[in-house]
Design a protein around this ligand. Structure first.
Ligand SMILES: [Zn+2]
Length: 379
């Protein structure tokens, strides 16, 4: 079995649900110590930070991915912590998100440092982080490491999709604003509804106002991407024979790279105020929270073009580029001034699902890509 596949199986067999990453952090750290000859730092959040300085002037390259997984959840027919190989598939929790990328990141570091160190210049950093899947408020491993001073000229971020054994070169993702609107009514007996204010009925007006805000479109990589707004939860009323006093609407608005979150929020606040002007009985409390900014590194950016050229050479095919509608953490890196490109082994449709899997060929392909990128970018 290839070392990278054996390593992926070992990573899967160490449970690392968000917030319980100590064991996997120690395993990864021991790998770098024993196999690569570098002693990583493990910080208070069990982030593993590896620093390899070639001693020669050159760029600073960061590889980063998250060590934690979601809870296994129900519906698994395989043991989520016992990697099961069937033909080309490896089943196990994290196989796709994102241990399937961490394993090739680790072995490619080993290959480059042990076998080609003389050819490298600059500095190689690896940050394997924690609590990505379940951050506690503002705290997750990556933001913690960035606050502690993690810096780089370019980050290769290990989340991203793969198809036909060819990782996408993902250059952007949409942002994420969560909203929660509590509509306040007035109670009454259902036989005399005119004495109350029906919070559920008033919520219709709120949804209409939210939907009235135009959703912009943006051309990215030759395709049109549209911003989205979804009503995900509506909760209100306690019994059929009473006028409900409260109704809460929760949902999200996904922002495009061209949008500024504060301006988007202001537009929704204005639409709600307008609805209130038209209906003096409407009372609400609205909360909008920007949880992720959108992110986009220009397609013609020199670093993107360099990564693309290296990938083209090693994959012997034109790399496919991508902008994702869901968010990653590239915006956190961008906020710290680090240009970021996403390359991973996520099999579309498998992350956060029972029987999560990856393909042996995907992992081997991404190992080649990361090895070529380390050598090419630190040349
Ligand atoms: Zn995930």
């Amino acid at each position: 079995m290839e070392e990278v596949i054996d390593l992926l199986c070992k990573l899967i067999s160490i449970p690392s649900v968000s917030g319980e990453e100590q064991k996997i952090a120690e395993f990864v750290s021991n790998y770098f110590k024993g196999e690569v000859g570098i002693e990583p730092k493990i910080d208070e959040m069990y982030n593993v930070i590896v620093e390899y300085d070639t001693g020669k002037t050159g760029p600073n390259l960061l590889l980063t991915a998250h060590l934690d997984t979601v809870q296994a959840g129900s519906g698994w027919t395989y043991d989520p912590y016992k990697p099961t190989m069937i033909d080309d598939r490896i089943y196990g929790l994290g196989a796709s998100d994102s241990k399937g990328t961490i394993a090739p990141m680790m072995t490619s570091c080993k290959n480059c440092i042990k076998e080609a160190a003389k050819k490298l210049k600059g500095k190689l950093l690896v940050a394997l982080t924690t609590q990505e899947e379940n951050p506690v408020g503002e705290i997750d491993g990556l933001r913690y490491a960035l606050r502690k001073g993690l810096k780089s000229d370019l980050a290769l971020f290990g989340n991203g999709y793969i198809e036909n054994y060819m990782p996408y070169l993902t250059i952007g993702h949409n942002g994420f604003i969560r909203y929660q609107i509590r509509v306040i009514g007035k109670g009454a007996h259902s036989s005399t509804p005119e004495l109350g204010i029906n919070a559920i009925e008033k919520a219709f007006g709120v949804i209409k106002a939210m939907k009235s805000v135009k959703l912009p479109k943006q051309m990215i990589l030759g395709g049109e991407i549209k911003a989205t707004m979804n009503v995900g939860v509506i909760r209100g009323g306690t019994q059929p024979n009473a006028v409900p006093t409260e109704c809460t609407i929760i949902g999200d608005r996904r922002t495009l790279p061209m949008e500024k979150a504060d301006k988007v929020i202001a537009r929704y606040e204005k639409a709600l105020e307008k609805a209130k002007e038209g209906d003096p009985e409407l009372k609400y409390e609205a909360k909008f929270e920007k949880l992720h900014d959108s992110y986009l590194i220009p397609e013609d950016d020199e670093k993107v073009q360099k990564v693309k050229a290296i990938m083209r050479k090693i994959l012997k095919a034109e790399p496919r580029m991508r902008h994702d509608l869901c968010y990653y953490d590239a915006d956190y890196l961008a906020a710290a001034g680090i240009p970021t490109i996403m390359i991973g082994t996520s099999v579309i449709g498998t992350p956060h699902q029972p029987n999560e899997y990856n393909l042996v060929k995907n992992v081997i392909s991404v190992e080649k890509v990361y090895t070529a990128l380390i050598q090419g970018l630190l040349a």
